[in-house]
Design a protein around this ligand. Structure first.
Ligand code: LLP
Length: 439
């Protein structure tokens, strides 16, 4: 039973009951902690991690959660406790891992196209697993810093496999025209050159082709090319210990929440089978890897946390302008920027269902920009000022991409585990915001 609840944590437990996260009522959470409020199901995050670990059980592997998706310390701690590693892209993210789970530092990989000397030093001293290096200049800098600190830097070249992944252009990364990685054809020469440097250890190879990729096929195609590279390197005497397949496995943002009403109009949310998606993905990687004996790393972010999270917001006003109806919420683009930035779709559901016909509305925030919307021409069950609504699938790149635009205080965050809910980040105060400034 628990299994079922966590695989779809946001649900109406009984007809007439408010939307819940697991067994915890979102109405109660909103009353206690205020809105806008991010709520995450720790149970679902754990379940998703387990899906990857299970699918790769047959080989040496490490799931390195992409911290950028949601960097809440409590979530990092939860994942570290379940043997996850971490994919970081800044010194700040490393500090988060060190604060939440210092014991996991040997399971950290450091990605990113622009690491500074200070960030490299921090990671070298902390003893991370490997640096995913994105250019020859970065490799030189890494060697220089390792020499300075009299330590050896384990590196993987992030190669660009020139594989097309069908996703939003802002989050596609695997083509030669993108700023990411090193042309895979240049990689052998760089590995050979590095072999003569005593401050560098060629530990692995990495690849990341983009984000929100729904099919397993491009992951397999990229890994085929990486495998070929590894075979070539092995023939030349360079045996790599790890291969990092990156992140990017996508979710379905249209699943919503079943209600007796939505079931009657052909609700199709049940079609998204996370376990099946992970199996297909793992299978594509495994078959491309063949008999590679080293460690397989993966860097999922979104798949672990997106569907575990919702942004709960209160309706401030319902405003009619001619033919249009605007539902104005107390959350805005600064709290969840995905719709404005990527035209992303998030399902929006009332926390308490009302009788009456759904209406076509725009759901918008109070920020002074026309781009401040969560949905346009969306069919929403009747909502009134004071009602709560939930923006679903907001656990990834929601809070992590929030800002204080319009001097708005960022939301509080709550983690639900079993029947327990606890505050993992308090709401910001004006004093927090003004603290770094001087007049
Ligand atoms: N590894 C690397 C090197 C990455 O650049 C990323 C994401 C990941 C792993 C994790 O990808 P995921 O499994 O979460 O797809 N803000 C955008 C997504 C940006 C992704 C950036 N890189 C969004 O809200 O859709």
């Amino acid at each position: 039973m628990k299994e079922q609840i966590s695989s779809r944590p946001f649900h109406y437990p009984r007809p007439g009951a408010p939307l819940s996260c697991g067994s915890v009522s979102l109405e109660n959470l909103a009353r206690k902690f205020g809105t806008p409020l991010y709520v995450y199901s720790g149970d679902q995050i754990a379940e998703r991690l387990h899906l990857f670990q299970q699918a790769l059980a047959g080989r040496d592997h490490l799931v390195c959660y992409a911290v950028k998706a949601n960097s809440a310390l409590a979530i990092l701690k939860l994942l570290a406790g379940l043997d996850a590693g971490f994919d970081i892209v800044s010194g700040g993210e490393l500090e988060r891992v060190l604060a939440a789970a210092p014991e996991a530092v040997a399971r950290v990989v450091f990605s990113g196209v622009g690491k500074t000397a200070a960030e490299i030093d921090l990671a070298l001293k902390a003893g991370i697993l490997e640096f995913n290096v994105e250019s020859e200049a970065e490799l030189e800098l890494l060697a220089a810093r390792a020499r300075k600190l009299k330590t050896k830097a384990r590196f993987a070249l992030r190669v660009n496999p020139d594989v097309f992944a069908d996703t939003h252009p802002y989050i596609s990364t695997g083509l030669r025209e993108h700023k990411f990685g090193i042309d895979i054809r240049r990689a052998p020469a760089i590995y050979k050159n590095a072999a003569g440097n005593r401050w560098l250890e060629a530990h692995g190879v990495s690849v990341h082709i983009g984000s929100q990729i729904r099919s397993a096929e491009p992951f397999g195609a990229a890994m085929e090319r990486v495998s070929k590279l590894m075979r070539q390197l092995a023939r030349e005497g360079i045996a790599l210990k790890s291969v990092d397949a990156g992140g990017g496995l996508g979710i379905d943002y249209h699943t919503g929440v079943p209600t007796s009403r939505s079931a009657a109009v052909g609700w199709r949310g049940g079609n998204f089978d996370a376990a099946e998606k992970v199996r297909e993905y793992a299978e594509a990687l495994q078959s491309a890897l063949g008999d590679f004996q080293g460690q397989l790393l993966i860097e999922p972010g979104r798949f672990l946390v997106a569907q575990a999270g919702a942004l709960i917001t209160r309706v401030l006003h319902v405003k009619r302008n001619g033919k249009k109806t605007f539902v104005i919420t107390d959350a805005a683009m600064n709290d969840l920027i995905r719709p404005a930035l990527y035209q992303a779709h998030h399902e929006i559901v009332p926390v308490r269902l009302r009788a009456g016909r759904p209406q076509l509305v725009d759901v918008v925030g109070p920020v002074c920009e026309s781009g401040d919307f969560f949905a346009r021409d969306r069919r929403l069950g009747g909502v009134e000022p004071g009602d709560l609504v939930a923006l679903l699938d907001a656990g990834a790149y929601g809070m992590a991409q929030s800002s204080n635009y319009n001097t708005r205080l960022r939301p509080a965050e709550v983690l639900v585990e079993g029947a327990k809910a606890r505050l993992i980040r308090r709401r910001e105060t004006v004093a927090d915001l003004l603290a770094p400034e001087m007049i």
